[in-house]
Design a protein around this ligand. Structure first.
Ligand code: ADP
Ligand code: ASP
Ligand code: MG
Length: 409
């Protein structure tokens, strides 16, 4: 078998952990498998590197940001190769540009276009382990790029697709995908399986256990992804983790499979806008031009013929969004612009929603019972999201977890 093993930041946090990872990789090599490993930066390193860029200049050049933040993974790839060699395992490190992992030029959030396996495959066939730096690639102009926070997951899945690997094992600090973040809900349950679609939706609304793009890629390229713990004893048999699979492989379908939260959004309200055709097009057209993504939207009509337009944008985009809206104030003639960064988006996800009514209502009732006010609502085929005050995040997630019968027995 050919397998890709990915280890996240906490799994390579120090030299002892890197030795443990090397042991685990060696076990797969000894079992006769061809192995490529994808590593993240040591825990905390990427945050520090990002912090340095921001401290020097908040509006820094994205190319230089990538030059800086890609270095974390270079260190771990070399260290793991050394650790493997010291165990007698033949290993070689690879940076994104060496393979190469070709991306577009969207620095800081680049997308992988192509991975050439021509150099790696013959080496893996002769037993050499490829230790690949995750999170990074190279743009057509030969500058280093990075794939967005959490991007090593995407490196691993893309590599698994390119190498036609039989499995892509994502080793992390939890032993699988849970019904919600086990760090905030101790009663969360581990899922043996989750469908690509549900995982994609959960990731996109805040479940950071897998980067959204990695799930999208796995779904499109039919990569078998497993999420499991790097902290469990490798000789024990209780580390099956969670398999991400096709929906029809799941026998017991729940109405709601998981709950996610995100504190990465901010709420904007444009107050007292004249209610006439073209207003929404002007507001959201301008935001799109300024590269600001808008997520949830709600419009309220007032008796005086004006309307309030409320919507959410990424917190990081808030300054740009405000500037964009200030710029069209004269043109559309709104009364004021309100911004609130203290909001959280809570989402419930499940393919069972397609066939069950009342899912949203259970959510609204459970939040009302805790006296939590809902500010904005949005839905998709398999998801309901609400925006609430950030201070109620934990309370809301726990209440919903109970309301949908997800608590562990
Ligand atoms: P890594 O560094 O290995 O990539 P991450 O911190 O990116 O690890 O992702 C693992 C974390 O994701 C867990 O520690 C957990 O707190 C969080 N998480 C959020 N939602 C979930 C969920 N539904 N199931 C499991 N973990 C989740
Ligand atoms: N080191 C990068 C980050 O912290 C990539 C990753 O860990 O997946 O975002
Ligand atoms: Mg991660």
């Amino acid at each position: 078998m050919r397998i890709v093993m990915k280890f996240g930041g906490t799994s390579v946090a120090d030299l002892a952990r890197i030795r443990t990872v090397a042991d685990r990789v060696k076990r797969e090599v000894d079992a006769g498998h061809q192995v490529a490993v994808v590593v993240s930066a040591m825990s905390g390193v990427t945050n520090r590197l990002v912090g340095w860029c921001q401290e020097l200049s908040p509006l820094h050049d994205a190319r230089e940001y990538d030059t800086v933040v890609a270095t974390g993974e270079q260190v771990t790839s070399g260290l793991l190769a050394i650790a493997l060699q010291s165990l007698g395992v033949e290993a070689r490190s690879w940076q994104g540009w060496q393979i190469p992992i070709e991306t577009d030029t969207a620095h800081g959030k680049a997308r992988i276009q192509e991975i050439n396996g021509a150099e790696l495959i013959p080496r893996m066939e002769t037993g050499q382990v490829a230790v690949v730096a995750g999170f990074q690639g190279i743009a057509p102009d030969r500058r280093v790029t990075t794939l967005g926070r959490g991007g090593s997951d995407t490196s691993a899945v893309a590599l698994a697709a390119a190498l036609k690997a039989d499995r892509c094992d994502i080793y992390t600090d939890v032993d699988g995908v849970y019904t919600t973040d086990p760090r905030i809900v101790p009663a969360a349950r581990k899922l043996a399986h989750i469908s690509y679609e549900e995982m994609l939706e959960l990731a996109s609304v805040g479940a950071k256990v897998l980067q959204t793009r990695s799930v999208e890629l796995a779904m499109n390229e039919r990569v078998r992804v497993r999420v499991l713990s790097s902290f469990k004893d490798p000789t024990a048999n209780d580390n099956e983790g969670t398999l991400v699979v096709d929906e029809d492989e799941i026998v017991e379908k729940q109405t709601v499979s998981g709950i996610a939260y995100s504190r990465d959004d901010a709420k904007l309200t444009v107050r007292r806008v004249p209610d006439r055709p073209g207003i929404a097009a002007t507001i959201f057209g301008e935001l799109a031009t300024q590269n600001v993504n808008v997520d949830m939207i709600v419009q309220n009509l007032a008796a005086d013929g004006t309307t309030d337009m409320t919507f959410t944008v990424g917190k990081a985009d808030l300054p740009r969004a405000r500037a964009a809206l200030d710029g069209i104030r004269q043109q559309i003639g709104y009364a004021e612009l309100l911004a609130d960064p203290n909001v959280a988006k809570i989402s419930v996800v499940g393919v069972g929603m397609r066939s069950h009514a009342g899912v949203a209502n259970t959510m609204f009732r459970a939040l009302a019972d805790k006296a939590i006010n809902i500010q904005v609502i949005s839905t998709s085929e398999i998801k309901v999201s609400v925006l609430i005050a950030a201070e109620y995040t934990e309370l809301a997630v726990r209440a919903l977890h109970t309301a949908y019968g997800l608590d562990a027995a």
